[in-house]
Design a protein around this ligand. Structure first.
Ligand code: WTA
Length: 678
């Protein structure tokens, strides 16, 4: 193997060994009441019934007109779902529940401060507020179906209200995670050509007030630099009638939503009947390049998929109180805080703050007080709560019937605490593997029909046929203890439509690698490449080992190492940068940056902090590097490729392997000594 091909060896090809975990049967009390307890589901969704099987999901929705074709494969891999069908997402999440559930809480919002009471938003009130804001978007902001609107909102009820208002009129919403910087928000506005920004004056996090409106001012400035003029900034207020930001409102540009909504109070606007294929929203996510991808989701297929998977896996029913402790700024929140639960007429709990505020008992107090019976969160939150308050859950009298984990691999140790202590051995756990691009769950056990295995996501969901391929496209059969690239052989309704404005990148990132024939209109020739390494056990369960590309997961947040490197390179002294993911007990991974300086740049005091600050400015606090190392040179192959894997091994205090074929092997030991001395 030459040094260059060695650099191409993906994580997934490296053999992995781990102790096979014992299977755990779902609690009997859960099985007895489950939505899906009939194993015929596997038969119904088997390949011989594909793609018609997905009509079962679409039939959970209310359609204005029915589709004539379930799946159109005419232009691979741009699949079309439920073609000819028409529906409205906001109608499905809100209006249709009014006759039966008018007075039931659709959302329960828990402010971070325990001195502030939780707020229930009934379906009727949600309907009122969605209508009023839809009128603001249309009549005040001049937006119409197909236009894009950007939200930079934290976890407040105004976020789902804004999403549903946009969806009511076919306006494509583009929510930017609140932890992303103004600059990152501006980039997403530029890419989506969005000129209206919806934000809030401020919100609370970890006991402090975050001034969001001040950030919006920077977003407008940054957008201007990128050539896009933000025409209107619509500002919700965290406390009615009070303004908690220090930033002055700019005349003619900034408007308080409560003021501009006044003329629309009590008025309604009919939901626009949208094509099943009309885009519903964009969600930008990180990939292998420095430029985030605008993942575009369709209305009909997406909504059908999240409604169906919520019912099957979260086991949601209208009488449940469901809390997905994630951020709506990520896909988990879109699918499993907003669209999935609300189309199922459930009560969805939202929490403004952080897990440990003011103490590690907080989430369990929320669960107890609100009667939450389904809980959903990420391994990073589980690890954090376990470390800070391992015995806290037993002090509270909540009862969960089902729990979910999502976003990164969970260690069996953390899984067991989740099961035994959080779930009190009464709740079934689903470990759901999926992605921004996939709209909803891809692998998970069906909770009443299959045993759980700590650390493994489980088999493919009904109607999802996963496979592991090696680098050459040969199938890696189950039970070989060998990792490869997990792919999905078939299309499904929740899959993205394309990357906004970049269909070529859509094809090349997700389909080129394993496409068998570019001309083929047969879906069998177009496996979806997920970008994750996985191992399949003999029993068919998949264990996800992590990304095979330049994407890292930090506390469950998806970031691109190239984006971090670009941010580091805004520091004038830096010649070259490599960002890697270092293992971390609580956050899964944290970013670490190695830099080489330009010739003649002396190492100035505090440069590391300047670099960290630049990353926070460009991307946001979630991307802040844990360490920055200024090194003499970065280890490279003879063709100049930076060996990030070697650097990651050094940071993880692991053996970095044979580096003799590198162009500069000596620097590796110098770096190791430097890093390990700190
Ligand atoms: C990782 C989050 C292991 C995976 C829904 C994937 C997981 C990336 C799991 C997508 C899981 C997600 N077990 N790894 N249950 N779920 N991942 O787009 O690497 O923010 O590719 O979507 O998270 O992250 P994204």
């Amino acid at each position: 193997m030459t040094a260059d091909t060695e650099a191409e060896v993906s994580e997934a090809q490296i053999a992995v060994h781990w102790k096979e975990e014992p299977l755990i049967e779902p609690p009997r009390s859960f099985v007895k009441q489950a939505n899906v307890s009939d194993p015929s589901v596997f038969e119904r969704f088997s390949e011989k019934n594909f793609p018609q099987c997905f009509e079962e999901y679409a039939d959970l929705l209310s359609w204005d007109s029915r589709w004539h074709t379930v799946l159109d494969t005419g232009r691979p891999p741009f699949w079309k779902w439920f073609v000819g069908g028409k529906l409205n997402a906001s109608y499905n999440a809100v209006d249709r529940h009014l006759p039966k559930h008018r007075n039931k809480a659709a959302l329960i919002w828990v402010p971070e401060s325990e001195d502030e009471a939780a707020q229930a938003v009934t379906y009727q009130e949600l309907y009122n507020r969605v209508n009023e804001f839809a009128l603001v978007l249309k009549e005040f902001a001049g937006l119409n179906a197909g236009d894009r609107v950007t939200f930079h909102l934290p976890m407040v009820p105004e976020l789902p209200i804004s999403m549903l208002a946009a969806a009511r009129l076919g306006i494509i919403h583009n929510q930017v995670f609140g932890g992303f910087s103004a600059r990152a928000c501006a980039e997403r506005m530029e890419d989506s050509k969005s000129t209206v920004l919806v934000t809030i004056d401020g919100y609370y996090r970890n006991g402090g007030l975050i001034d969001k409106k001040k950030e919006a001012d920077v977003t407008v400035e940054e957008a201007e630099k990128l050539g896009i003029e933000v025409e209107k900034v619509l500002v919700w207020r965290r406390h009615p009638g009070k303004y908690i930001s220090r930033s002055p409102m700019v005349e003619g540009r900034d408007f308080f939503v409560d003021e501009v909504a006044r003329p629309f109070r009590g008025r309604t606007i009919a939901p626009t009947s949208m094509d099943a294929e009309a885009p519903l929203f964009l969600m930008y996510t990180s990939g292998s390049t420095g430029k985030p991808k605008g993942i575009q989701h369709r209305t009909g297929g997406y909504l059908a998929y999240v409604a169906g998977t919520t019912k099957f896996v979260q086991d949601l029913r209208p009488e449940d109180v469901y809390w997905c402790f994630a951020d709506i700024g990520w896909i988990t929140g879109h699918s499993y805080i907003v669209y999935g639960p609300l189309t199922n007429a459930a009560t969805s709990v939202m929490y403004e703050g952080v897990p440990l505020y003011p103490d590690p008992g907080r989430p369990w107090r929320i669960a107890e007080r609100l009667g939450v019976n389904i809980f959903h969160t990420a391994p990073t939150t589980i690890r954090m709560l376990r470390k800070a308050g391992p015995d806290e859950p037993s002090k509270y009298h909540y009862r969960f019937k089902a729990m979910t984990t999502v976003g990164e691999p969970i260690e069996p140790e953390a899984w067991r605490w989740y099961y035994e202590v959080v779930g009190k051995k009464e709740a079934v756990i689903t470990d759901t593997w999926w992605q921004t691009e996939t709209g909803g769950f891809l692998c998970s056990t069906m909770p009443a029909l299959a045993p759980m295995k700590p650390g493994s996501a489980g088999p493919g969901m009904p109607g999802i046929y996963p496979v592991i391929y090696d680098e050459n496209g040969a199938e890696v059969p189950p039970g070989q203890n060998r990792a490869g690239n997990i792919c999905i052989r078939n299309p499904w309704p929740g899959i993205m439509q394309t990357i906004w404005g970049d269909p070529d990148r859509f094809v090349s990132v997700y389909y080129s690698k394993y496409n068998r024939d570019g001309q083929s209109k047969d879906w069998h020739d177009w496996p979806y490449f997920a970008g994750d390494g996985a191992v399949q056990a003999a029993d068919g369960y998949f264990r996800i080992v992590g990304r095979v590309d330049d994407v890292i997961k930090v506390a469950g947040h998806r970031l691109g190492t190239k984006e971090i490197e670009n941010a580091v390179l805004t520091t004038p002294e830096v010649a070259e940068a490599a960002a890697i993911a270092m293992e971390d007990e609580l956050r899964g991974h944290v970013p670490v940056v190695y830099v080489a300086l330009k010739p003649g740049s002396a190492l100035m005091k505090g440069l590391e902090d300047v670099i960290k600050g630049n990353v926070v400015r460009e991307l946001g606090p979630i991307a802040r590097p844990r360490f920055v190392y200024v090194v003499p040179d970065l280890p490279k192959t003879r063709s100049g490729k930076i060996m990030r894997r070697v650097l990651a091994s050094i940071s993880d205090r692991k053996d970095y392997g044979d580096v003799t074929t590198l162009a500069n092997p000596d620097v590796v030991e110098t770096i190791r000594k430097q890093v390990q001395a700190t």
